[in-house]
Design a protein around this ligand. Sequence first.
Ligand code: AMP
Ligand code: MG
Length: 305
Amino acid sequence: MKTTTHPQNGNGSYSQIFRVQTEALRAMHDFLSGRGLIQLMPVILSPITDPLNHSVDDAYITYNGQKLQLTKSMILHKQIAVSALDTRGIYIVSPNVRLERVQSSDRHLLEFSQLDIELKTATASEFMTLIEDLMIYIISQVKATCADELEKLNATLRIPRRPFRTHTSWSLLEEYGPHYESEISRSEDDLFWITDFQREFYDREDPEHHGHYVNYDLVYPEGYQEALSGGERDYEYYVLVRKIRERGQKLDDFAPYLELARAGMLGPSAGGGLGIERLIRFLTKRSNICEITLFPRIPNSIIKI
Ligand code: AMP
Ligand code: MG
């Protein structure tokens, strides 16, 4: 088993990388608060969490006789929060723990952060427009404030052109086969969208096209792959119960969330989660996600510090 060493990038570029990160996070907050969204604090311990679309080892702790998980994402809590609050939308910079089983990867960590956004009663297209504006703003701000750092990092950033291209997952599967995301990410030169993935129970199934979903991934060009996943949400109790059962998952694992749905306390929303470390890797054009974190938690490695 490999041992995670510290520091990882060994080339003296941390100060430039973290300056880019600081400016990207500042731009993110400026933009989202300017659009009327409110920031919430993350939830890390909970009896319920995101089932995810792929399997990872669960991170459980027991406290006071209660079994709690370290949250894999804020999806269920942010759906509850945006439904409860009188606001256009919310955002959270949330730590996620995912004990990934992937053997070797230049873009997976066991612990990372997401910028989680959820807009009340929004459509997919409203959310996608907000994210296009956000990405253009972050990239423009980083270019304007970090010119020296980008030069030292040998990172050339281009402001994406609108409209971002959109492909459906099934058309890409037909054209490129199962590894379509990495293939098309290498061939595109601007950020683009992939829509309509069959995945978690909370992503809204298109009522007019059974088996199709109103969801999306934002993907980086130049081979950097996935930036964000999200969708419109299902929120009606009977729909959620059917979809959880269809996926072979246990209703009990989501009991407090389903109780709120049954009480009519979930409403329509659309949102998504953007991986912060993957964003910084893209902005600084590093080849491995470990290069942009001081204390990387690498799948299948010993964590030294
Ligand atoms: P997901 O909901 O699984 O699509 O995760 C949301 C976003 O978090 C992804 O689009 C990635 O940018 C990022 N992400 C997911 N898993 C990891 C991981 N293991 N390490 C680093 N970033 C991740
Ligand atoms: Mg995803």
